[in-house]
Design a protein around this ligand. Structure first.
Ligand SMILES: [Zn+2]
Length: 264
């Protein structure tokens, strides 16, 4: 077990929608139209236990999005931009979920694209941040803005980054799946809830159509590995009582609005 102090089983997921981004269809799915843009939600989730919770992904750095110079350097290029609701969506949605930051046991990141790492600014001096070693090595050596990585987000002093080597049980009922390909160390998350399993594909499948196809995302550091990952997610989705949720699908029910799952 990687995260100490988490006991019991996952009671629920809390779904966070932390912003939006315009993405070419051809980026999200092989064979997609490069002239068609999808306004994709930036998603994250809390896995809620009786006395603790675990954050999965963390959205944009709202401070950087709202600073014109940092925004220009990071987000505004070739038709890409970052769209935020008012306020601080992660802070506000954690509060709305009734979650207490002092009970946060850790934050696991699917990968280190800048629409997933921004909330790390809230975790300096905080609990462990869990990333695959392959992702960390790419993110700290080769990756830069061309790859949509923002090193300022994850090279913060005071972050307790712990590196994972492959599939790992993070806490009871919460484990990682190796879905490398979109990025060198991409991981998805499997959450065992009562009577059902939810797999958060994260960016191994932007869209539900990636999973049902199966068709990989159209932009990947390793397209062959990305196809292996999407076939696995496709097979998991066919298992009984198992749901595979896409990471960025504007039409997927879970990302229509933030909320608890299952609803009370
Ligand atoms: Zn993403």
């Amino acid at each position: 077990m990687t995260l100490p102090g988490v006991t019991g089983t996952p009671r629920a997921l809390y779904r966070f929608v932390l912003g939006y981004e315009p993405i070419r269809e051809s980026v999200s799915i092989e064979g997609g139209d490069p002239a068609r843009f999808l306004l994709e939600p930036v998603t994250a989730a809390a896995v809620c236990y009786d006395d603790a919770w675990v954050l999965l992904d963390s959205g944009f750095d709202t401070d950087a999005v709202r600073d014109p110079a940092r925004r220009a350097a990071r987000y505004n290029y070739d038709s890409y931009t970052a769209l935020l609701p008012p306020g601080d969506p992660l802070v506000d949605q954690v509060r709305a979920a009734g979650l207490d930051w002092r009970r946060l046991s850790g934050c696991a990141l699917s990968h280190l694209h800048l629409d997933h790492t921004g909330g790390l600014r809230l975790l300096e001096g905080g609990p462990p941040v869990l990333v695959q070693r392959a992702e960390w090595e790419f993110a700290t050596t080769e990756a830069d803005a061309r790859h949509v990585y923002a090193r300022d987000d994850y090279l913060r002093p005071g972050l307790d980054v712990r590196l994972l080597d492959g599939e790992t049980e993070l806490a009871p009922g919460l484990s990682t799946l190796d879905t490398r390909g979109r990025t060198p160390g991409h991981q998805s998350f499997r959450i065992g809830l009562a009577g059902r399993t939810v797999v958060l594909a994260c960016d191994a499948a932007d869209l539900r159509a990636n999973i049902t196809g199966p068709r990989a995302c159209g932009w990947a550091t390793d397209p062959v590995a990305a196809r292996v990952a999407i076939r696995r997610l496709h097979e998991l989705d066919r298992q009984p009582a198992t749901e595979v949720w896409p990471g960025h699908d504007p039409d997927w029910w879970a990302w229509q609005e933030p909320g608890l799952y299952p609803a009370r």
